[in-house]
Design a protein around this ligand. Structure first.
Ligand code: FAD
Length: 451
């Protein structure tokens, strides 16, 4: 078979010298090879980049945006992620990033308020969730990664295709302000989110699981007389989760799938009216949402890949499995995937001996928690979300959900699902973790891809 791209032979000879790159986020030199190319610098890509660089693996992360400033992306840093930061020795520095703690989430109906999740009983050192704007979290993680000489983040760099050779993926094609480029790599990781261009390019089939709702995100100021803590308000036909962000509320307006166009046609006043009616303490402020540009629309999707890998190629995070917003678990899953991938792949990447079995091991490790979480989300969608969205009268918790929440074991399960997940990943001890002052490692793209 004719190769799409010519590669050097063993150990990346001749390539490492030509592509010697500066450290960190300096993009004055365009690299043409690396050991691991990660596409997408969301929670999954940033965390994997940090962990690989820390172990001395040469890594380039491509991010199509200039910065991380995207509103309404989910700002939860879960108990499991705090544990990972602790295991990486970063928890004290992370504590300096402005954040709020959430210890419980309640459901508010016309009947009163019921605790849905209580994180104070979680095992481990971090019995809470912290709320940190996602751009601060990503700035923190990439800032830490940039201390290692083998880490490189290229911003404004958009991947648009894969380089393949003899059936294996050997890197990506990307474009930036200077034009189009090829970046060859022993391993290419798609961490490019739920609309992943690369998983499509790799031809990996997706199993769609469906979701009954779509979500609008908005932000309103908070005052001292507002109810304390985060909660979800159940109303006839709507669910209104409210995340307490200290000085403001991050609100979600959950509606039946496909109904946003109808709401939009009724004008922004229709949204004001609903918020006034169902969250009366907000009545004096809803008009600070002046038009639809102040609102973020999330078309909810739930899916997962049947196969997360091809030779030389792996999907993680939302690129492997888009999660329903139920429980706000997407960021946790993305970070946990990154930790599992780093644990499984650091050795093979350092040795330049990557096999498809190594990639299969990552899917095997993470598929179970993905399936279980999605199963729980579907149960909650059926037991709570759909009945609430279909309700036309008094807003009560469906009987089954009320009974379930009374059973403390189920509440504990839910708290664990949100705070930690089904299988907690831990940073494997890396005996020879690279020092930030170590010389830059050479990219390894050979000796060859092995099936
Ligand atoms: C409105 C909204 C609210 C949410 N709320 C929560 C919440 O409260 N809690 C929670 O846990 N989860 C929440 N989520 C889900 C959560 O944001 C995702 O599950 C999580 O960010 C997935 O991380 P990721 O790294 O896999 O992908 P993403 O965070 O989607 O990151 C993908 C990155 O890849 C980049 N990219 C995409 N294509 C390319 C390309 N071709 N080339 C280069 N770069 C590319 C993108 O710019 C992006 O930076 C929310 C999601 C949305 C949309």
């Amino acid at each position: 078979m004719r190769a799409a791209v010519e590669f050097s032979d063993a150990g990346g000879r001749g390539i490492g010298e030509a592509s010697r790159v500066g450290t960190s986020t300096d993009d004055s030199v365009v690299p043409d090879t690396t050991t691991c190319c990660i596409v997408g610098c969301g929670p999954a890509g940033a965390m994997l980049g940090l962990m690989l660089a820390r172990a001395g693996v040469d890594v380039v992360v491509l991010e199509k945006h200039a910065d991380f400033f995207r509103d309404f992306r989910g700002d939860t840093v879960h108990a499991s992620t705090l544990t990972v930061l602790d295991e990486l020795g970063l928890i004290d520095r992370f504590a300096r990033v402005p954040q709020q703690r959430t210890t419980a989430i309640a459901v508010m109906t016309d009947d009163g308020t019921t605790t849905m999740a209580d994180f104070t009983g979680l095992p481990g050192k971090y019995p809470y969730i912290t709320m940190v704007p996602q751009w601060d979290f990503l700035d923190f993680v990439t800032g830490e990664a940039s201390r290692y000489p083998s880490f490189r983040l290229l911003r404004n760099a958009e991947a648009y295709g894969l380089i393949t050779q003899d059936g294996a993926v050997r890197g990506v094609r990307y474009r930036d302000a200077r034009g189009t480029h090829e970046l060859r790599a022993l391993l290419t990781v798609a961490a490019d989110g739920r609309s992943s261009v690369l998983r499509r390019a790799a031809g990996l089939p997706v199993i769609e699981l469906g979701a009954p709702m779509d979500v609008l995100w908005y932000r309103l100021p908070k005052t001292a007389s507002d109810p304390p803590g985060s909660f979800a308000r159940l109303t006839p036909g709507r669910i209104l989760p409210m995340l307490d962000r200290g000085t403001y509320w991050q609100g979600a307006y959950t509606m039946p799938k496909g109904s946003f166009a109808e709401l939009k046609a009724r004008g922004i006043d229709a949204l004001h009216q609903d918020l006034r009616q169902w969250l009366p303490f907000m009545a004096d402020r809803v008009e600070s949402i002046t038009d639809w540009d102040d609102v973020g629309f999330l078309e909810v999707r739930m899916n997962r890949l049947r196969r997360w890998h091809r030779p030389g190629f792996l999907c993680i995070g939302d690129a492997a499995h888009a999660m329903s917003p139920v429980g706000g678990v997407g960021i946790n899953m993305a970070v946990q995937d990154a930790v599992a991938a780093a644990n499984a792949l650091i050795g093979p990447l350092l040795a330049g001996q990557l096999t498809e079995d190594d990639l299969r091991a990552v899917q095997r490790r993470r598929e179970f928690p993905t399936r279980m979480t999605q199963r729980m989300q579907r149960i909650m969608q059926r037991a709570m979300i759909s009945p609430a969205l279909e309700a036309r009268h008094a807003a009560q918790l469906p009987t089954a959900a009320r009974a379930a929440l009374r059973v403390s074991l189920l509440r504990r399960l839910l708290s664990r699902l949100i705070g930690i997940g089904f299988r907690a990943e831990h940073v494997r001890d890396i005996r020879h973790a690279a020092s930030p002052h170590a010389p830059k490692s050479r990219p390894i793209i050979g000796p060859s891809w092995r099936r």
